[in-house]
Design a protein around this ligand. Structure first.
Ligand code: ZN
Length: 185
């Protein structure tokens, strides 16, 4: 299949050149408007589970690209965490804290406050940050060179005032689609 949309970082564009007046910032509502309308039409066409799996998969791709272009090569875990916290804050994406880390790096628990996707949104009784879960999976895989399964266990959509993600060494993407318990907690 000839593809139109393989991702490359260049697609994000030269913003200084392209937006000399408006610059690199836009209102968060515009991002959420796009994401939640996209979810609506994808769910209608593909179903809930597929849609959530696709957001997770896109998040993994984003996480790997984000690691490569925004975090940079590093071989030291503490540095990765500090850099991730710094970039997420600078870009206005969220306030990150590491809650737990297994000594063998097989399990991590991250807490994200003021999350880009769901903070301030309605309580719906289910978690909604599948893209973010995929991003954590992608970043961890890029750094540790092994796949991680990530499940969101607290979310503004669940009535919490933060998002909480549990990451475990796992089977990566295939598992996200084969095992609905992964993307549905
Ligand atoms: Zn959330």
């Amino acid at each position: 299949m000839e593809r139109r949309y393989p991702f490359s970082w260049e697609l994000l564009g030269g913003l200084n050149e392209g937006r000399p007046t408006l610059g690199r910032y836009a209102r968060l509502e515009a991002y959420r408007l796009m994401q939640y309308t996209m979810r609506d039409v994808l769910e209608e066409r593909l179903g809930t589970q597929q849609t959530e799996g696709l957001f997770y998969q896109a998040g993994q791709l984003a996480g790997k690209e984000f690691y490569q272009h925004m975090i940079g090569e590093t071989h030291e875990g503490q540095w990765l965490l500090r850099r991730l916290q710094q970039v997420l804050r600078e870009m206005g994406l969220g306030l990150l804290r590491l809650e737990e880390a297994a000594p063998d790096n097989s399990r991590f628990v991250f807490v994200l406050k003021e999350d880009l996707d769901c903070s301030g949104g309605p309580t719906k009784g289910y978690s909604s940050c599948y893209f973010d879960a995929g991003v954590f999976s992608g970043v961890l895989e890029a750094f540790f060179q092994q796949p991680y399964d990530v499940v969101e266990t607290e979310c503004w959509s669940l009535g919490d005032e933060r998002c909480r993600f549990e990451a475990k060494v796992g089977q990566g993407l295939g598992q996200a689609f084969c095992d609905s318990s992964l993307v549905h907690g």
